[in-house]
Ligand binder design. Structure first.
Ligand SMILES: Cc1cc2nc3c(=O)[nH]c(=O)nc-3n(C[C@H](O)[C@H](O)[C@H](O)COP(=O)(O)O)c2cc1C
Length: 205
C-alpha cells in the first residue's frame, strides 16, 4: 500500500439520510483511499434524495459537481455489494476501519447477527474480528425491540453506534451544519483531523 494513503471502508446502506455519506466523503482528507460499497436499495434512495446515480457517474465526479473541483482528486474505489472477492472482504486487506453511513435496520441486523451475506455485512464482520473501528450511523425512528437488541449486540461485539441525531448547541443554520456535527463526531472517532466542528470548550485552550 502507498504509505501516503490510508484505506477507509465507507458503506452506504438503504436508509434515509444520503446527505451523510456525501458530507463524509467531502470532508475526508484526500490522502485517504476510500473503499466504497453501496447496497442496491441505497443506490435508489441516493438518487431520490441527492440526484446522484451511482451507476452512471463516479463518486469523485458527483462530489466535484456538488462541492468543487478539488473533490475530483478523491481516491474512491466502488465495490458492488455482492463482490466477495473485493479487498474489504478479507482481514488481510488492511484498512483503518469502516463506517456504515447511513446504516439501515436490516444491515444493522445482518452485522449484529454475523450474516456476512453481502459485502457490507462481510466487511463489517471482518472489522469486528480484526478489532478495527466499526461505526454504524443508524437511521430509524422510533425503534422496536429488535432494533434495540441488535444495537446492543453490535455494540457488545465492538461496533460504535452513532445515531443520526445532531445536537443544536452549536446554533446550526443549515442542514449541512446539522449533518456536519455528526460527520465531525465520526471523524473524531476515527482520529481523523477535521475542521467541521470545534469541541465543547476546546477554543479556550
Ligand atoms: C425511501 C426509503 C427510505 C428508507 N429509509 C429507511 C431508514 O431510514 N431506515 C431503515 O432502517 N430502513 C429504511 N428503508 C428500508 C430499507 O431500504 C430496506 O429495509 C432495505 O432492505 C435495506 O437494505 P440494505 O440495508 O441492504 O441497503 C427505506 C426504504 C426506502 C425506499
Amino acid at each position: 500500500m502507498n504509505v501516503k494513503s490510508k484505506r477507509l471502508v465507507i458503506a452506504i446502506s438503504g436508509a434515509s439520510g444520503m446527505i451523510y455519506p456525501l458530507r463524509l466523503l467531502k470532508s475526508l482528507p484526500a490522502a485517504y483511499q476510500v473503499e466504497l460499497i453501496i447496497s442496491d436499495p441505497a443506490k435508489k434512495i441516493m438518487e431520490d434524495e441527492t440526484g446522484w446515480n451511482c451507476d452512471r457517474q463516479s463518486a469523485a465526479d458527483f462530489l466535484s459537481e456538488k462541492y468543487g473541483q478539488d473533490q475530483k482528486l478523491k481516491n474512491i474505489r466502488l465495490w458492488t455489494d455482492d463482490n466477495f472477492y473485493a479487498g474489504p472482504a478479507s482481514g488481510s486487506y488492511f484498512t483503518e476501519g469502516m463506517v456504515v453511513c447511513p446504516c439501515s435496520m436490516k444491515t444493522l441486523s445482518g452485522i449484529a447477527n454475523g450474516y456476512a451475506q453481502t459485502l457490507i455485512e462481510r466487511a463489517a464482520d471482518v472489522n469486528l474480528k480484526e478489532r478495527r473501528p466499526l461505526i454504524l450511523l443508524i437511521r430509524e425512528t422510533p425503534f422496536n425491540r429488535i432494533h434495540l437488541e441488535n444495537m446492543l449486540k453490535a455494540h457488545d461485539a465492538g461496533a460504535v453506534i452513532v445515531p443520526a441525531n445532531p445536537a443544536f448547541y452549536h446554533y446550526p443554520e443549515t442542514i449541512e451544519d446539522l449533518v456536519d456535527f455528526i460527520i465531525a463526531r465520526i471523524l473524531n472517532l476515527l482520529k481523523i483531523e477535521q475542521n467541521l466542528f470545534t469541541g465543547w470548550q476546546e477554543e479556550i485552550d
